[in-house]
Write a protein that binds this ligand. Structure first.
Ligand code: ADP
Ligand code: ADP
Length: 219
């Protein structure tokens, strides 16, 4: 079944001088693993942000998990419930512990603190980081931080995970580790996984590859 669709989506910046997306159409089915590739500036992040409702199109329709995003009046609730974000630079909060960082997305949900703790420990266990739960984020290596970011992305059991260069800041060993976790998650939980990558080998692990150029999908 279809989980994401875009119809003739256009997005410009700088008063229309930069066309980040130019008439994009996509359809992604539930449980798909899609990689997005293309040169720098081709619109990959804009496309991902559009799916995650972090940005709105100038024109066209975006439908995610049965909801028309332009008509949705509570986008932050939608994001917290349906979407897990993983960014290249983790976006973790350095003054908080590992566990507190994982719990951030649950604050906007009505989840009591006992349940929050249970969920964050389960996920940290899954990521091989249970014994680091109370450490400050700054004590962790890059690979460990990226696994914390994945745990945080999963904490509300999202149906869609959006990852922007999730292995981009890691060495190849840690990159493979992070990727294997994502792949396993996709295989075991039927999560729809959409990932931007510069790495051809990584892109090939997906079931579908979207190639972008100049704000358009070229294949
Ligand atoms: P990619 O992820 O493929 O590198 P982006 O989606 O980040 O591409 O960017 C597409 C184009 O839109 C680029 O020319 C970029 O400079 C421009 N762009 C993206 N975000 C903004 C913004 N917030 N303000 C101005 N220009 C932007
Ligand atoms: P690592 O690469 O550090 O071993 P994994 O995520 O593969 O990280 O595993 C971390 C821990 O979580 C391991 O102890 C593993 O047995 C456990 N684990 C892995 N997958 C699952 C799963 N689907 N359900 C429960 N526990 C799991």
């Amino acid at each position: 079944d279809e989980i994401i669709s875009m119809n003739d989506v256009t997005k410009s910046y700088e008063k229309g001088n930069i066309k980040a997306l130019n008439g994009v159409n996509i359809r992604i089915d539930e449980g798909d693993f899609v990689s997005i590739v293309g040169p720098s500036g081709s619109g990959k992040s804009t496309l991902l942000n559009m799916i995650g409702a972090l940005d709105k199109p100038d024109r066209g329709h975006v439908k995610v998990a049965g909801q028309n995003l332009l008509e949705n009046e509570n986008l932050s609730k939608f994001r917290a419930e349906k979407i897990g974000f993983i960014f290249q630079l983790h976006n973790l909060i350095p003054t908080l512990s590992v566990r507190e960082n994982v719990e951030i997305p649950m604050y906007s949900q009505k989840i009591d603190s006992k349940e929050m703790k249970k969920r964050s420990f389960e996920l940290l266990d899954y990521m091989g980081l249970k014994n680091r739960a109370n450490d400050n984020i700054t004590k962790l290596s890059g690979g460990e931080r990226q696994r914390v970011a994945i745990a945080r992305a999963l904490v509300n059991k999202p149906s869609i995970i959006l990852a922007d260069e999730p292995t981009g800041s890691l060495d190849s060993e840690n990159g493979i580790k992070v990727l294997n976790i994502l792949k396993k998650l996709h295989d075991d939980e039927n999560v729809t996984l959409i990932m931007i990558t510069h790495d051809q080998q990584i892109a090939k692990m997906a079931n579908h590859i979207i190639k972008m150029k100049d704000g358009k999908i070229i294949s």
